[in-house]
Write a protein that binds this ligand. Structure first.
Ligand code: ARG
Length: 563
């Protein structure tokens, strides 16, 4: 619930003048069983100083407690139990929401400090797969959540637009490339070449060499290599943009790996100055044995740079550019070692801000139980998944609401929202399986279920003629309403935790619970019946609608008014 802990502490502070509010606050508990009230204050810890039995202390104390704002305050053995005045709490929570729905649940913990968030970061010349979907939607939701608690998120798409895979791709293009085919369908055609060179590499060891040579050419600025690179990059990016548009996700920067080309010599220099570089079979490495990590490879024996080198340059660039208070990297769990190394090398370089770097891993996404890998080509394309999901949503809308006016637009919001929600309701680090039919269901733990609850609330408000409820006096009765009120009151706390733990699933689970509470309330209460409670019930419906919409917005999911 809204944190009424402070109200409880205030009520106690007059009776306990020797204790600070802080000390009192720390002792206040929330009973597991609601029968014991909304809050409880144990007295054991006072027994020593007061030389009295806790039971007696509780009895004496309760007489001095300020009862204002509580339904009752009673002694239960060594505890004092506080029962909130439900009417008063309901009125406060609903009015707070209705007065300023957009800001409800937000606060200013961040003081607008910059948080650099590395997210999405797909690899050019490959289709964007489900793994990058996870990074994209988790990173975007974390950015939204951090903004809600007062930080300034900076979304950075660290495109995989450099690296040895480009060498391979160019070598493949040199052998089998068909310019027309690439122009027509760049990503799929390039992907075909890439898969072919990888699958045939076992029989043709010379392919690996050709790839390395091409990458070296690229790093040395060879015009043909540069031309191919530019072309592949632009063609891929324009396809990625289509997906970002569908997801309605926007980035502050598309500085990918290539952007750091001219920034790596400085890294090399800094490492050399600190005496951190060691030779190992012609390559340059940083020893990280004191961190229990493998050495970080900084430069290959042929002089070419690595993923790590570019990430070191990127981290330093971001610190200088944004002066970040935190730098987050939303990248699959398989890269943990890389980010451990990145932080360790930065620490060795003397950058104390390496502590502000947080690696935010997530589990694998499988499709119908099957793993996916781009190198082998058994990848499911995100664009197809989104389009299938929209189609499925459209079919269900046609069945449930055949006269819906903007059905195609709503189907997009539902179909795309379903895919995003499915990803985000799960704890980040869990591996998740994706079965479209389960994801787009209107029942169960799905995005459409939450969207549907919101649309139902909006439909009730439409039927009531969209009354202005901002200043309605609240008189609600019934335990079901109280359940919803408490849930609405928890929104801010849930957001705060989601921000602290970088965990959007807390918001997803919260939205599901609120939708469930509301559907139950709807099943047992006649909201529109004309009695004195009507306006209060409508205020509750409006508040639920507002909070469901904001919760979904934090996840990057739309909330259509009708579906
Ligand atoms: N492009 C990489 C991949 O797909 C992810 C990049 C993550 N960000 C970073 N700064 N390393 O595996």
């Amino acid at each position: 619930m809204m944190d009424e802990r402070q109200t409880v502490a205030n009520a106690l502070s007059k009776a306990l003048p020797d204790l600070s509010t802080e000390e009192i606050l720390n002792k206040i508990e929330r009973p597991k069983d609601e029968k014991n009230g909304d809050y409880a204050f144990p007295t054991f810890f006072l027994a020593k100083t007061l030389h009295k039995a806790p039971q007696l202390i509780a009895k004496d104390l309760v007489a001095k407690v300020d009862q204002e704002g509580f339904e009752k305050v009673v002694v239960a053995g060594p505890y004092i139990n506080f029962y909130l005045d439900k009417q008063a709490v309901a009125a406060t929570i609903l009015q707070t929401i209705l007065q300023d729905p957009e800001n409800y649940g937000g606060q200013n913990i961040g003081h607008l400090a910059n948080v650099a968030i590395d997210l999405s970061s797909p690899n050019i010349a490959k289709p964007m797969g489900m793994g990058h979907l996870r990074s994209t939607v988790i990173g975007n939701a974390i950015a939204n959540i951090l903004a809600k608690v007062g930080f300034n998120p900076i979304r950075i798409n660290h495109l995989g637009d450099w690296g040895t895979q480009f060498g391979k791709l160019m070598a493949a293009y040199e052998m089998w490339g068909d310019e027309e085919a690439v122009k027509k369908d760049p990503i799929n055609t390039l992907q075909k070449y890439y898969v072919r060179i990888n699958t045939e590499a076992d029989e043709h060891p010379e392919y690996a060499d050709a790839g390395r040579k091409w990458f070296k050419k690229l790093e040395d600025g060879d015009p043909e290599a540069r031309r191919l690179w530019k072309w592949f990059r632009a063609a891929s990016l324009s396809r990625f943009m289509k997906i970002y548009q569908m997801l309605d996700i926007h980035f502050d920067s598309y500085n990918g790996e290539a952007f750091y080309n001219d920034k790596m010599p400085e890294i090399d220099q800094l490492l050399a100055d600190k005496g951190l570089l060691q030779e190992s079979r012609g390559a340059k490495i940083v020893d990280l044995s004191q961190y229990n990590l493998n050495p970080a490879l900084i430069t290959k024996s042929d002089g070419s740079s690595l993923y790590m080198t570019r990430d070191l340059a990127a981290a330093l660039f971001r610190k200088r550019m944004y002066g970040f208070a935190q730098a987050l990297y939303v990248v699959g769990a398989e890269q943990r070692n890389h980010f451990d190394q990145l932080k360790a090398v930065l620490a060795e370089m003397g950058f104390t801000w390496s502590k502000q770097i947080h690696y935010i891993p997530f589990g694998l996404m499988s499709l119908n139980g099957k793993k996916m890998s781009t190198r082998k080509g058994n990848i499911v394309q995100l664009e197809d998944v989104l389009n299938d999901s929209i189609k499925l949503a459209r079919q269900q809308i046609a069945e449930k609401n055949p006269t819906l006016a903007n059905a195609d637009e709503v189907a997009k919001q539902v179909g795309v929202g379903a895919v995003i929600f499915h990803d985000l309701k799960n704890e980040r680090t869990n591996s998740i399986d994706f079965k479209l039919a389960d994801v787009v269901k209107f029942e169960g733990e799905t995005g459409p279920y939450v969207q549907y609850a919101h649309a139902r609330a909006e439909s009730i408000l439409r039927k009531a003629g969209q009354p202005d409820l901002k200043n309605v006096a609240i008189h609600l009765n019934g335990d079901e309403a109280w359940g919803i009120i408490k849930r609405l009151g928890q929104f801010g706390e849930v957001i705060e935790r989601a921000a602290a733990e970088y965990d959007p699933s807390l918001i997803g689970k919260y939205a599901l619970s609120l939708a469930k509470d509301f559907n139950q309330y709807y099943a047992h209460n006649r909201i529109l019946v004309d009695d004195e409670g009507r306006e209060s019930r409508l205020a509750l419906v409006q508040a639920v609608s507002d909070v469901l919409k904001s919760a979904l917005a934090l996840l990057g999911v739309k909330a259509p008014d009708e579906m």
